[in-house]
Design a protein around this ligand. Structure first.
Ligand SMILES: Cc1cc2nc3c(=O)[nH]c(=O)nc-3n(C[C@H](O)[C@H](O)[C@H](O)COP(=O)(O)OP(=O)(O)OC[C@H]3O[C@@H](n4cnc5c(N)ncnc54)[C@H](O)[C@@H]3O)c2cc1C
Length: 397
């Protein structure tokens, strides 16, 4: 093999696509432990094509989201993948949030994202059931079904004779004689370059060889969803978001119309007790021991305990979850919502307990590890794939 990629989520798939489109002669294998592509973060996200307004100007997130979004939409248009540019409103529900809306409007302008500050009347026209003192209307935000998109990416790669090996968990990595040997359960693959797009397990993959060891750790944050019952979907036209807490990388519970139909409410952000901990009952002893003993987790807990407790309360109490949603749409009632699924975010934290804000990579002579690709990495994936392809092709000469 020329390139082995661990993980067939959207970042692994778009990376393979970016390499294959520039060097069709190279042989690429994607190694995926699950039975299908897009099983974890990609398969349980909110389905939003983010505009790129939230992120620090000049950051990778700001640049790659705007670029990746354009390419993702083009791919959808070319392949008939359903997507919509439906727009969203970010709503200030308290007077002290109005200056934050203005700051977000400025940030949108800095990032080259069209966004309009609107008053209550226009908000009522766009979202008649939303309550607010003012809002930001972001017209370029869209919705898509990421797993459907990933199926297209996988089909395209297989049609070009690249391999997607499902049920193939990577268990070891070693560099030998100018090659990378990638051990899987009962087999191995050799490649000139290894790319780690393992999402929730990316730090562990990086730590398999001494040269790529990282002090960044993945902290799993679960996001739980409710769904509006069909009779009450008229409460929401498109996407209704709160003004986010700028100290926290998550956007706050919101309403999202899904491209396949239905309206989801959520996700919250609670610490998960396993990297693939989709429910409170999912506990992995090794994952939990790491979370409880790491110094970085202690610092994180100390810094965010108040927010964390609020999120846990909203997770355990439907009433608290509904109260948060009622700030945005006062007419929503508990009986309008049914609990649906959850996703787990792979959020990297540094040794100092700080939540890593930007996308991040760790690299050696033959390995490229994606160590932080949280939201909006699905939106940005086509551009992230290009960045990684540049790094890989540089190594391949
Ligand atoms: C609740 C939630 C909501 C979100 N909403 C949005 C949104 O609306 N818009 C947006 O742009 N982003 C959103 N995101 C973020 C986005 O989904 C992720 O940033 C993106 O999917 C990351 O893709 P990935 O390929 O890096 O990871 P993943 O999709 O998690 O893929 C990693 C893959 O690696 C595989 N793997 C792991 N370990 C191994 C191993 N040892 N061997 C083989 N395979 C392995 C896994 O099985 C998995 O398939 C959301 C995320 C969550 C969790």
């Amino acid at each position: 093999m020329d390139v082995a990629i661990v993980g067939a989520g959207i970042v692994g798939l778009t990376t393979a696509r970016a390499i294959a489109s520039r060097r069709p002669d190279l042989r690429i294998a994607l190694l995926e432990k699950e039975a299908t592509v897009a099983r974890h973060q990609t398969g349980s996200n909110s389905g939003v094509i983010h505009s790129g307004i939230y992120y620090k100007p000049g950051s990778l997130k700001a640049q790659l989201t705007v670029r990746g979004k354009a390419e993702l939409e083009q791919f959808c248009a070319d392949h008939g993948v359903p997507y919509e540019r439906c727009g969203k409103v970010i709503v200030a529900t308290r007077p002290e949030e109005l200056p934050q809306l203005d700051m977000l409007a400025k940030r949108a302008a800095d990032n080259g994202v069209p966004a309009e500050r609107i008053g209550v009347e226009r908000l009522r026209e766009l979202e008649p059931h939303a309550a607010g003192l003012g809002a930001l209307h972001v017209t370029s935000t869209g919705i898509v079904d990421y797993p459907v998109l990933c199926d297209w990416l996988a089909d395209e790669l297989e049609a070009a004779d690249h391999e997607i090996r499902l049920h193939t968990a990577v268990t070891g990595i070693a560099e030998e004689d100018g090659q990378v040997v990638v051990a899987t359960e009962g087999d191995y693959v050799t490649a000139k370059v290894l790319i780690n797009c393992a999402g929730l397990h990316s730090d562990r993959m990086a730590n398999l060889t001494p040269s790529s060891r990282t002090d960044i750790r993945i902290m799993p944050f679960r996001g739980e969803y409710y769904s509006l019952v069909p009779a009450r979907r008229n409460l929401v036209n498109n996407l209704i978001y709160p003004v986010p807490d700028s100290r926290f990388p998550f956007l706050g519970v919101h309403f999202t119309r899904m491209v396949k139909g239905g309206v989801e409410a959520g996700p919250n952000a609670v610490p998960a007790l396993a990297r693939e901990g989709y429910r409170w009952g999912d506990i992995d002893r090794r994952d939990l021991a790491e979370i409880l003993t790491a110094r970085s987790s202690h610092i994180l807990a100390r810094n965010y305990w108040r927010t964390g407790l609020g999120e846990i309360h909203r997770s355990l109490s439907k009433r608290a979850f509904v109260t948060a949603l009622q700030a945005l749409v006062p007419d929503v009632r508990s009986e309008d919502l049914i609990r649906t699924g959850a996703g787990v975010r792979a959020q990297a934290i540094g040794p100092d307990g700080a939540l890593l804000d930007d996308f991040a990579f760790a690299e050696t002579a033959r390995q490229i590890h994606v160590v932080n690709a949280p939201s909006p990495a699905a939106t940005a994936s086509f551009a992230i794939g290009r960045v990684i392809a540049d790094k890989a092709l540089e190594r391949l000469g």
